[in-house]
Design a protein around this ligand. Structure first.
Ligand code: GLU
Length: 300
């Protein structure tokens, strides 16, 4: 008797934030995710992470779509917009709140900076837990008084709830090499924010929920988000979501040795397009790891 194993239908995605123009590094990352899906006969999806009210700009969305099309990156189905999924984020927050895993945090950035005891985690100072100890009455009173607040996860309690976790990491470039299991270490982040004062959901929450909703099986993204994966794995476990495999690629560096960033005017795809560059040549170069002059790949 033969046992037929259904082939895994790979789904990858590219998830830009419309906070500026896409640069060569974004184009390269999108091409990698696209090639990975296409090589496996899978799907490549696009998600616009547009709920950061302070930095997202609607006008950048059209530019992102045009740049990707120009580069030959086609995506399957409609692009997902985070701004249309706020009810999903609310529902997840309500569930975690009901399970006693979230608490409102009224601290300002200055309050946190002023806390001399705060050690540093991968994303800056670790929240010292000031608001974790507030009484229910105090929380209710301050919320009723309209005091601005974020919602933080009680990470110690959450980890105690789900126990030890691992996530699956694939090497970059994606290929034959075996995957490895990474022990999730969400505690290094402290009590991260899941709903911001100025945004309905934090990156950690929206990204994790959306990857699951899109059926993403393989997340390919920059090394700068490697440690974020610890938190994403925890959220998956708390919300009974599947855990995709992760490929974190090295970042591209500019001539100054610093990572390419939109704010520093890193070579924008729109600029190359305006200059008449042949996108097929650019895409072939990027796929082959040949970058424009001055741009290098950070060593892992
Ligand atoms: N929106 C994030 C960014 O532009 C990427 C998120 C991800 O790939 O998980 O940096």
């Amino acid at each position: 008797m033969t046992h037929l194993v259904a082939p895994l239908h790979m789904v990858t995605r590219f998830a830009p934030s419309p906070t500026g123009l896409l640069h060569v590094g974004h184009g390269w990352s999108a091409l990698m995710g696209h090639a990975m899906a296409r090589a496996a006969g899978g799907a490549f999806r696009l998600r616009i992470e547009d709920i950061d009210g302070t930095r997202s700009r609607h006008e950048h969305v059209a530019g992102i779509l045009a740049d990707l099309r120009w580069l030959g990156v086609d995506w399957d189905g409609e692009a997902m917009f985070q701004s249309r999924r706020l009810d999903q984020y609310d529902a997840a927050l309500a569930r975690l709140r009901a399970e006693g895993l979230l608490y409102p945090c009224f601290c300002t950035r200055a309050d946190i900076q002023a806390s001399l005891t705060a050690p540093h985690g991968p994303e800056g100072p670790v929240y010292p837990g000031t608001c974790r100890g507030l009484s229910t009455a105090e929380r209710t009173r301050r919320i009723a008084a309209g005091e601005a607040h974020a919602w933080r996860i009680d990470i110690g309690r959450a980890v105690a709830r789900v126990g030890g976790l691992e996530w699956r990491a694939l090497p970059f470039p994606p290929g034959g090499e075996a995957d490895r299991r990474v022990t999730a270490a969400p505690l290094i982040h402290g009590d991260v924010v899941l709903a911001r004062k100025d945004a309905p959901a934090s990156y950690h929450l929206s990204c994790t929920l959306d990857d699951a909703a899109m059926g993403v099986t393989h997340v390919l993204r920059g090394d700068d988000l490697f440690t974020a994966t610890h938190v994403h794995r925890l959220i998956q476990a708390l919300l009974d979501l599947p855990s995709p495999a992760y490929v974190h690629h090295p970042l591209l560096l500019g001539a100054d040795g610093r990572r390419l960033a939109k704010r520093d005017g890193a070579i924008a795809l729109a600029e190359l397009r305006r200059d008449g560059m042949d996108p097929a040549v650019l895409a072939a170069d990027l796929r082959a790891g040949r970058f424009p002059i001055g741009i290098t790949l950070a060593s892992a």
